[in-house]
Design a protein around this ligand. Structure first.
Ligand code: COA
Length: 395
């Protein structure tokens, strides 16, 4: 058995999905390969042939996200042919599941070094495109039609928790935009972005920033937005994560590999858990997942100094905070903003959370533990508990 360490992680800048987005003419597997090259280049002390496996997630595994991504990305990124790879899917928690699967293999002692990440080109692969839900789901009422539309599940959360109002969701979204803008201004985000050369309508451009940040957001502007998932509803384009293209990847290693390759761990994996909830309230998934992961770690929420929660929708983060009695604007939660500002390229977002938590750990020697947590389509949640190796006491 070995400790499992997150050594490093990078991502492409996230872009708007669709024909107006920066990656419309860029293949998903090329985005993923670009991020992978960036990661191995900046961790050059790890010989490429020491990588035991590559797990890459995507929610839609066809077209430029087909053909067993972990393997194709390894080949495209110039990894030796001896390095194997595979594809993985747990919808939005794909990259998180890639990390926990590779982490499990390292913890068990089967692997020393592994890459884990995810990509989603939501422009090339609109949500649910090509999927054919089993007719039994409707015929036997195993799933409501709302459960298959993530925005509708968010509206149902507003129904179930009426004190979590649209106004609170909008205020939360505004805060996410402000925190992301401040993090960019402070230069916290840029070091972990791998620039991408992309063909645009006017030729090649270098994409170096997340494309969908809206630093000019105001509460008044948010209040006027349409509610596309329900007439007079509460979920708007402003308090939901936008449709996004992007790729992320992390380098994981066990204790022996850390000393052998002279690595500096950024986080230690303490525990992880996934949990299911009623698919109608998919966004509640982080609650039982966090309960399970904390119990496994022998910790309580009071031990957690930083929370990186994926903001699929403001309302679903609010349900998690409400459950634990944490204020909507608590400084421990997404200090550099979240998916409402950066975007949420489904299967890649789990590692974005880890990238931001790892960077915060390096600055916050007073914080010992943090979590990354996210909701997952069809009613699931996933949470990973991490320890800060830079911890110097105080929390
Ligand atoms: C909500 C959603 C349908 C909106 O899609 P869209 O209409 O293509 O979004 P847009 O970016 O064009 O925004 C729509 C409008 O809102 C405006 N807007 C968005 N965010 C805003 C903000 N923060 N402040 C002010 N205006 C904003 C846009 O400018 C646009 O205005 P326009 O129509 O005048 O151009 C889409 O983003 C979505 O489905 N999100 C959820 C994705 C999801 O389910 N992920 C999985 C989670 S489990």
């Amino acid at each position: 058995m070995s400790d499992v360490f997150y050594i490093d992680g990078v991502r492409t800048p996230f872009a708007r999905a669709g024909a107006k987005g920066a990656y419309w003419n860029t293949r998903a597997d090329d985005l993923m390969a670009k991020a992978t090259v960036g990661l191995v280049q900046r961790n050059a002390s790890v010989p490429l042939d020491a990588i035991d496996d590559v797990a890459i997630a995507a929610t839609t595994q066809q077209g430029d996200q087909g053909l067993t991504l972990g393997r194709t990305v390894g080949l495209l990124a110039g990894l030796p042919t001896s390095v194997p790879g595979y594809a993985i899917d747990r919808m939005c928690a794909g990259a998180m599941t890639a990390v926990t699967s590779m982490g499990s293999a390292i913890g068990y002692g089967a692997y020393d070094v592994a890459l884990a990440g995810g990509v989603e080109h939501m422009g090339h692969h609109p949500m649910d495109f090509g999927a054919h839900a089993n007719p039994r789901f409707a015929a036997e009422r195993l799933l409501s039609s709302d459960a298959l539309n993530m925005g509708c599940t968010a509206e149902i959360l507003h129904d179930r928790f009426p004190h979590l109002t649209k106004e609170r969701a909008d205020a939360y979204a505004l805060n996410s935009q402000r925190k992301a803008a401040a993090a960019y201004d402070a230069g916290h985000i840029q070091p972990d972005l791998v620039p991408v050369a992309a063909a645009g309508p006017e030729g090649w451009v270098s994409v170096t920033r997340d494309e969908q940040l809206r630093p000019q957001t105001t509460l008044e502007g948010l209040a006027t937005l349409k509610t596309p998932f329900r007439d007079n509803g509460s979920v708007t384009p402003g308090n939901a994560s936008p449709l996004t293209d992007g790729a992320t990847v992390a380098l994981l290693a066990g204790a022996d590999a850390v000393s052998r390759h002279n690595l500096s761990p950024a986080m230690r994996m303490v525990s992880f858990a996934y949990a299911g909830v009623d698919p109608d309230v998919m966004g509640l998934g982080p609650v039982p997942a966090t309960q399970k992961a904390l119990a496994k770690a022998g910790l309580t929420i009071d031990d957690i100094g930083l929370i990186e929660a994926n903001e699929a929708f403001a309302i679903q983060v609010l349900t998690l905070l409400d459950f634990y009695g944490i204020a909507d604007d608590d400084a421990r939660v997404n200090p550099w903003g979240g998916a409402i500002a950066y975007g949420h390229p489904l299967a890649s977002s789990g590692v974005r959370l880890m990238i931001q938590l790892a960077a915060q750990f390096a600055q916050r020697r007073d914080v010992r533990y943090g979590i990354t947590t996210m909701c997952v389509g069809l009613g699931q949640g996933g949470t990973v508990v991490w320890e800060n190796p830079h911890y110097a006491g105080g929390n």
